[in-house]
Every structure is written in C-alpha cells, then in structure tokens.
Design a protein around this ligand. Structure first.
Ligand SMILES: [Zn+2]
Length: 64
C-alpha cells in the first residue's frame, strides 16, 4: 500500500472525489454543477457524480 501520494482537495476543484448532492453520498469523479451565492458565509456548491449527471441530465458548471 502506498499512501505517500495523497490527493489534495483544493477548493473549487471541478473534478475529483466529493459529495454528490443528488444521491447524497460521497463519490468519485464528481463535477461542480451549481454554485450558491450567499451574501454572508462560505456559500455552497452542488456537486454531482457521473451516474447522477446522466440520470438527471445535469450540465457541469464549467461546460455552460
Ligand atoms: Zn450521485
């Protein structure tokens, strides 16, 4: 087992491992779908995994 190369989770990364807002579980290869702008606070973002993008016809934020 080689755990020396850990993936960094940078904020705003369009792809990678993350929380899918549609099936509400962590999944690989999630894409940023929507960004929620808020006046105060960190705001939020909706990510969807590949199966959910196909199932719900979601278009990644970066592809619009
Ligand atoms: Zn999903």
């Amino acid at each position: 087992m080689n755990e020396s190369t850990q993936t960094e989770t940078a904020a705003g990364t369009p792809t990678g491992y993350g929380y899918c807002s549609w099936h509400q579980r962590f999944a690989a290869d999630v894409r940023l779908i929507d960004v929620i702008e808020q006046g105060s606070g960190p705001g939020g973002a909706h990510y969807a995994c590949s199966p959910c993008r196909e199932a719900y016809g979601l278009v990644p934020f970066a592809d619009r």
